[in-house]
Ligand binder design. Structure first.
Ligand SMILES: [Zn+2]
Length: 259
């Protein structure tokens, strides 16, 4: 890390699982990790990823007292639709489980970050857009920050198999922009962010190749400023193609018409 000595920063703990799960991180280890991070005066806040079922008053107050500074839980909700979460992503918790966990966090003064996933498999581009716009509004009352992950094709997954056989295309960056614009318009009070990882590559979110860099840059600027005005001057000939693809995919049951 090349940070100046007194620059404040946020620590994110991602275990690819649940930091608050005792089976994964024994309570003593968790306490020790938080105590040590808490000793660093430059750490402003710690964000830890966890499934909702591990968010209990007991665990949160233990974590907060070990850390001694602002603690935030990050939940991979992916969508507010229980059907899409179950059928397309295969995560065994409900939107209601998330709401209950968020209420526990509120009572403990712990902030909540939510991850949503734009375009899991089996959804057409326009269904995926609608899903996330709805999900932002549904989750907004229960979170301080909503982070939109744009689906990437990871090797060895079902997404990969479908991608290889031409049955899956990662989301267009135009779709991501649409989701951020509408999400912010309907929920101006909430912070909505997105890090367009892998933008511009075939296996990542992409447009036509010519405008990907500008689109990704605009998404990054929006995430910092929350000002959707950054998208206003963004245009490319592929925008019309994207609009056509949104319409046509309704007739191909979600199979991509444009790669
Ligand atoms: Zn383009």
């Amino acid at each position: 890390m090349s940070r100046s000595r007194d620059e404040e920063f946020i620590v994110k703990i991602f275990t690819s699982g649940s930091f608050l799960d005792d089976g994964e991180i024994p309570p003593g280890t968790r306490k020790e990790i938080l105590l040590r991070i808490g000793e660093n005066p430059n750490v402003k806040k710690v964000i830890a990823e966890t499934r909702p079922e591990y968010i209990t008053s007991e665990k949160l107050s233990e974590a907060e007292s070990a850390l001694g500074k602002k603690f935030e839980v990050a939940v991979g909700l992916e969508t507010s639709s229980d059907m899409i979460r179950k059928d397309c992503i295969n995560k065994g918790f409900s939107f209601n489980d998330f709401i209950m966990a968020s209420e526990v966090a509120r009572l403990e003064g712990v902030s909540v970050k939510v991850y949503l996933l734009l375009k899991p498999i089996f959804l057409s581009e326009s269904t995926a857009i609608d899903d996330i716009i709805h999900s932002i509004s549904d989750a907004a009352p229960y979170a301080e920050t909503i982070s939109i992950n744009l689906c990437n094709v990871q090797k060895g997954t079902l997404v990969d198999q479908m991608f290889e056989s031409g049955d899956y295309r990662p989301p267009w960056l135009w779709s991501a922009i649409e989701v951020l614009k509408k999400g912010k318009e309907f929920n101006p009070e909430i912070t909505i962010i997105s890090d367009p990882v892998g933008a511009g590559s075939a296996r990542g979110p992409h447009n036509c190749g010519k405008c990907d860099k500008d689109a990704a840059e605009a998404i990054k600027i929006f995430s910092l400023t929350q000002d959707a005005g950054v998208f206003k001057d963004l245009d490319c000939e592929c925008r019309e193609l994207w609009k056509k693809a949104l319409q046509l995919e309704e007739y191909t049951f979600g199979s991509p018409v444009i790669r």
